[in-house]
Design a protein around this ligand. Structure first.
Ligand SMILES: *Cc1c(COP(=O)(O)O)cnc(C)c1O
Length: 409
């Protein structure tokens, strides 16, 4: 009989979104007339930009003619898109990348999850707490977590990230093989400073640690004092893999396109102490298990870098950022302590003293009919916080804040 991958039995069911859905469904059943506003979801709501749609239509037409039809494309992505990524996202920041260091994919989530396959199951992993759950769960599946004891995995190093350390986690007490950083951060909506990221790169170099740098929310950055790419920092090419996505940048959550940069200078060890570059391994992995992103979707992504496409996608981001400002200032006006929302579409608020994140979630749902996300769902250190998102419509965002202001807290 086939034996199951036992690592999967170590996975902790993420009750978070299922629990939220259940609570909302129950509330709706008992309050059929309640007008519920959802500020819990991490998904965009604005349509694709006109320039993106136009490019996509053109590509669809190409697929209808034998002489312009495309079958399997390069597993790493078409050159036109990889080149556009280099020209627009890296060159203007003084970063030189070779075309074979950029891998187009169907999502940063898949890449972040799949990359761990290149590493031995014996590697040690550090994650921030709270965290985007994919970093943790993919390593549980890969057998690096150990058992779940008292709310934590015994072999995972958790880096508490909270108001006490200004959302800038301390380094692990002893070296780890792999560390994940998400900047701008989901769920806290905060960024790390350029200086702190330089310290992280230096720490990784000193400790032979690989840095997984997720910058899916890069397009939301307004602060000067952070980086748009980890490769703005000297030495990062030797330690860091960078994950980017068109999902939040250009509303591609349902269209699916992202990219990962694996620099050729990034080398790790083989069991007998030889050096192994990760770039050819990732190339091999993608060529073996992935057949590329649809031509139509890659043409759509390319249009994000056109003059019109860039302008239009930035307008959508400005719209979400204005929502974030409305939420932030609205909550501050009633005396709540809020973080994030400046460089990210997430507002991370401290729940009123004496309440848990789930209690405040319930209060918002029952009293003002607003759906949020309890911080505790993102890790033990998320307890005491709650996440609101700026991805809703302007109208709903304004109405939600007016309702929250009626609460006596
Ligand atoms: C939304 C998000 C992504 C993007 O994932 P895709 O698979 O490209 O849609 C990556 N990382 C984080 C932290 C995210 O919140």
């Amino acid at each position: 009989m086939a034996l199951v991958n036992e690592n999967y039995s170590n996975l902790q069911s993420s009750y978070l979104f299922a629990n939220i859905a259940r609570k909302v469904a129950e509330f709706q059943k008992t309050h059929p007339d309640a007008d519920i506003i959802r500020l819990g979801i991490g998904d965009v709501t604005q349509p694709l930009a006109p320039a993106v749609i136009e490019s996509m239509h053109k590509a669809v037409d190409e697929m209808s003619q034998a002489d312009t039809f495309r079958g399997y494309g390069p597993e790493q992505g078409y050159e036109f898109l990889r080149q556009a990524v280099i020209e627009h996202d890296y060159k203007p920041r003084g970063i030189q990348l070779d075309i074979d260091e950029v891998f187009i994919s169907d999502g940063a989530k898949s890449d972040v999850g799949n990359i761990q396959e290149l590493f031995s199951a014996h590697n040690t992993v550090a994650i921030t707490d709270p965290v985007y759950p994919v970093y943790l769960d993919s390593n549980v599946m890969g057998g690096r977590s150990g058992q779940f004891v008292d709310g934590k995995f015994e072999n995972i190093v958790y880096l508490p990230t909270n108001a006490e350390n200004s959302f800038s986690p301390a380094f692990p007490e002893k070296r780890v093989d792999i560390v994940y950083l998400c900047c701008p951060n989901n769920p806290t909506g905060t960024v790390l400073t350029r200086q702190r990221l330089k310290e992280w790169v230096d720490w990784c170099k000193t400790n032979d640690t690989v840095l997984m740098f997720d910058s899916a929310y890069e397009a939301f950055i307004s602060s000067e004092d952070t980086v748009h790419s980890i490769y703005e920092i000297e030495g990062a090419r030797e330690v860091a893999i960078e994950f980017r996505s068109f999902s939040k940048t250009a509303g591609f959550t349902g269209t699916r396109c992202a990219y990962t940069v694996v620099p050729k200078d990034l080398v790790i060890n083989t069991a007998n102490g030889e050096k192994q570059a990760l770039n050819p391994l990732w190339n091999r992995r993608q060529c073996t298990k992935f057949n590329g992103v649809p031509y139509i979707v890659q043409r759509a992504a390319e249009a994000v870098y056109s003059e019109a496409g860039y302008k239009q996608t930035r307008e959508a981001i400005a719209y979400y950022k204005e929502n974030a400002r409305i939420i932030r200032e609205g909550l501050e006006a009633i005396g709540l302590t809020v973080f994030g929302g400046i460089d990210a579409p997430y507002i991370w608020l401290k729940v009123p003293t004496g309440m848990t994140s789930w209690e405040f979630f319930d209060l918002l749902l029952e009293k003002v009919h607003i759906v949020s996300t309890p911080g505790a769902g993102f890790g033990p250190c998320g307890e005491g916080y709650l996440r609101l998102t700026a991805f809703g419509s302007r109208e709903n965002t304004l109405r939600a804040i007016e309702r929250i202001k009626t609460l006596k807290i």
